[in-house]
Design a binder for this molecule. Structure first.
Ligand SMILES: [Zn+2]
Length: 591
């Protein structure tokens, strides 16, 4: 796994009385020997996506004896300056020597930025770790991990069903969002109750009739909450976020008014929106065609589980569309974010069976604010307009946010009444807006926590809190998550490749014993000529063999081995040559 290191290094600042940040110094002495709870954002604070939060309880402040639960395990979309990389995932380095103390992973809902990294991280942490998720997320996770040939230890939870793991009690609370089955967690720990308010909104007239459980939230609040971690993405907007119902009329009119074919795109897991589209499409006498693997998978799973009212006779397979007139078809298309391998991008580039024609209508019923996706979306809209398609997007009110606005945040704060507020799920500008709003509600700076990206929030048994600890933090980049590509996921950084070259170590492994069956094979491109540097290459081979043996176990986790060999060889090459080529270890099993 190629992991790009940021410039931040590990820094553990001892917490002393005179070193406690000003806002906390008055009331608390955070002495280290009391019970502590760390909240760590493994995808970094100040990030919208890559949600993965680690709750670590240390009795008597002894972190060698800590116990851990994790909330969510999602992917992120990289900023555009990272050369063609498709995904980023949270950095699990912090957990490497604590793996046996992870008691469970609790999933709030089935969005990719909350579950999408499981397929990369479960092999690293171990597939025995229990994962708890609501029904729809269970289906998505099962499906996705089966493709990666991982068998997870997965359990479905229901709303209000308390789960106990070691010193933690996790109580799931139903809220609204753009996917059914979204929950908040009231997490009881020996240090206090933390309310984990991940992505949510309060839709007072939800399309699916499932209301957020405000009574439950009030009950949790009445019992006393130490800290509210809250979604903050919508906190720049005043008032209430519009109900999903509020776009119904516009959305239906856009579909009804189309003369030729209609294409609709949104986040593949936005089951609520697909449900609306299907209802309006059917009413307009159109058959539904699903285009793109992720849409087909999400819609079919939701249909099987009873979340969508769509019958087989409403659907037309892609190969049969030519039997229908243009005005009798509606396509649900994957790829709202413009990922190059997705169905919509390919259609626009003319590389798909279905091609967009002049007169077609394309409706983007999707967010246009997710970091790393904005410019690709605008390019698609431009290209479609150039092709003569009619494009309908955000400003014509065909999308509502799944994230709470200020009034909903104020409501949540009022119900939970926490001692501290810790905004998550937003960039620093959203966090700032959240703070400003909370400020007007009487929350002073001593109660607003604002950790930097790699800082850890520590809560103490005496009620104190600080952000003095920092963890080393790296960007973990993933490439090649395209359709059907999961098994061949390759990790690379093309900038490094262009500037420093590439160094591949192929380790041939006996499939039965898991041991190396031959000396590794080395390939080098743009780094050094193998023939002219035979001593260096031989030395690197021996180092790779030694590291392989050291990292092997019974059974061997080859992802871990590759990771270890890569890190080691990178370091040796840098020490010997001062260069940093991309090191790509491959394990090939042979009979
Ligand atoms: Zn979400």
């Amino acid at each position: 796994m190629f992991q790009k290191r940021t410039n931040q290094t590990a820094r553990q600042v001892p917490v002393q009385e005179n070193n406690v940040p000003k806002q906390f110094s008055k009331s608390f002495t955070n002495n280290k020997n009391q019970d502590q709870l760390r909240v760590i954002a493994l995808g970094g604070f100040g990030s919208v996506t890559q949600n993965m939060f680690c709750y670590e309880y240390a009795p008597g402040g002894d972190f060698a004896k800590s116990q851990i639960i994790i909330v969510d395990c999602g992917v992120g979309f990289p900023e555009t300056d990272i050369f063609g990389v498709d995904l980023v995932i949270p950095d699990t380095e912090y957990l490497m020597d604590k793996k046996d103390r992870i008691l469970g992973i609790f999933i709030t809902h089935g969005h990719e930025d909350h579950i999408g990294a499981l397929r990369f991280i479960i092999p690293i942490l171990g597939s025995h770790i229990p994962i708890f998720a609501p029904k729809l997320a269970v289906a998505f996770i099962e499906n996705r991990l089966a493709e990666a040939q991982i068998r997870p230890n997965l359990t479905e939870y229901k709303h209000s069903q308390i789960m106990e793991k070691g010193p933690f009690k996790v109580d799931p609370i139903l809220v609204n969002h753009s996917i059914p089955d979204t929950h908040h967690f009231a997490i009881t720990t020996p240090v206090g109750v933390i309310y984990h308010g991940s992505d949510f909104k309060f839709d007072t007239m939800p399309m699916d009739g499932k209301y957020a459980d405000l009574q439950h939230i009030c009950k949790v609040g009445a019992a006393g909450v130490l800290c509210l971690l809250s979604d903050s993405l919508g906190s720049e907007h005043p008032g209430f976020s519009p109900s999903e119902r509020s776009i119904s009329e516009n959305f239906e009119n856009e579909i009804k008014g189309a003369k030729k074919r209609v294409f609709i795109t949104t986040i593949s897991s936005n089951i609520v929106r697909w449900g609306q589209a299907i209802t309006y499409g059917k009413r307009a006498g159109r058959k539904i065609v699903m285009v793109g693997y992720s849409v087909e998978k999400a819609v079919n799973l939701a249909k099987e589980l009873g979340y969508l009212d769509v019958k087989d006779q409403d659907l037309v397979p892609i190969d049969r569309v030519r039997n229908f007139a243009d005005d009798k078809l509606m396509f649900l298309v994957a790829g709202f974010a413009g990922q190059p391998e997705s169905a919509l991008s390919k259609m626009i580039m003319g590389k798909h069976k279905i091609k967009i024609k002049a007169g077609d209508k394309v409706i983007f019923s999707s967010p246009d604010y997710i970091p790393g996706t904005v410019s690709a979306i605008h390019t698609m809209i431009d290209n479609l307009s150039k092709m003569g398609a009619e494009v309908v997007y955000g400003e014509k009110e065909v999308h509502v946010s799944g994230h709470a606005y200020q009034a909903e945040h104020a409501l949540l704060i009022n119900m939970v009444r926490p001692k501290y507020l810790l905004p998550i799920g937003g960039n620093f500008r959203h966090i700032r807006a959240y703070h400003d709003m909370a400020n007007t509600m009487g929350y002073g700076t001593d109660r607003l926590l604002s950790p930097d990206t790699a800082q850890v929030v520590t809560f103490y048994a005496n009620g104190g809190a600080d952000t003095e600890t920092e963890i080393p933090f790296r960007k973990v980049l993933i490439d090649g998550f395209g359709v059907g590509d999961v098994g061949a996921t390759v990790l690379r950084d093309r900038k490094t490749l262009a500037e420093e070259g590439m160094f591949t170590i192929i380790m041939l492994v006996n499939a039965e014993t898991g041991a190396l069956s031959k000396e590794p094979v080395v390939l080098s491109r743009g780094f050094v000529f193998v023939k002219e540097n035979i001593d260096l290459i031989n030395y690197l081979k021996q180092e790779a063999i030694a590291k392989f043996k050291e990292a092997s176990g019974k059974p061997t986790n080859f992802e871990f081995v590759k990771d270890q060999v890569q890190g080691h060889i990178e370091q040796v090459i840098f020490e010997k040559t001062g260069r940093q080529p991309m090191v790509l270890p491959l394990v090939v099993e042979i009979e």
